[in-house]
Design a binder for this molecule. Sequence first.
Ligand SMILES: [Zn+2]
Length: 330
Amino acid sequence: MQAEYLKRQPVVMRILTQSITENRLGHAYIFEGARGIGKREVASWLTKAQFCMQASPENRVCNKCVNCRRIEESNHPDVHFVEPDGASIKTQQIKDLRQAFVKRGMESDKKIIIIDQAEKMTAKSANSLLKFIEEPEAEVLIVFLTTAVQRLLPTIQSRCQLLTFQPLATEVLVRELETQGISEARGRVVAHLTQSSSEAIEMAQDEWFVEARKHVVQLYGYLRVADPMALIYIQTDWIGHFKEKNNTQLGLDLLLALYEDKLHLQLVSEQPLICMQQEKMLKQDALNTKLLTTTYEIEQILTAKKRIEANVGAQLAMEELVLTFVAIKN
Ligand SMILES: [Zn+2]
């Protein structure tokens, strides 16, 4: 398991492993990075590394001893995981945490607190947590997990060591998806949309998504030859499938992927295509359109996305987009 994190987050893992080896692990860390990027997993590994009874020098955790198993089952008395109760992490939750530490009678001197979605801490609970860290008798390691470090209180930020998780390399994710039985062709498309392997797997296996991809390729088929049928297709087929704002945005991201591929082909870039299955068609289109047209098309899609974000109706934005595309060629 450690090998997997090393591969996914080599920088973070190197820093942590080295700090443990040299016995200079800090007392407070912020793990920052996108959702599903492995923050929780690395926090869990770090926790095990503190309590494992059979740690080997190279692996740090055995994943088998009673402590490793209790951490895995969220059942270790000296390890506490806090996540938002509703919209925020409330003062009461921090009070409960304090109680739990006192009551349970620790097994060792070490205590570890992991705060998930730490940006949702209220100022009050953050302050009460800071007091907790400062108690001299406690040997506490606290890890804040967050997608938005700038939203943490400055007092928290200044006391913690910040570790930024790197976006998963697309290639690593595509290969990981292949081990889950997801073809490279589909894997590349979903890996373009999300960095999270769990989200990517879910997407790749979702019927709605598979159908959505077909609609997008169909729409592209009309747009590439400036066929006015595109407008009717939006009204008869597209709108029925992409009902909500988020769906439409995803559809536009998929459409964008085709135009980005076309652009990469025109630029003779080494980058592998996102839409492998449309390679033949895209190669033709790359030869038959001007580079400027492609960048204009990409701009138009991005503009449609912005308009929908600003609450312009999805159907209206789509209709106007396809009309612009049809007009480019005519
Ligand atoms: Zn162990």
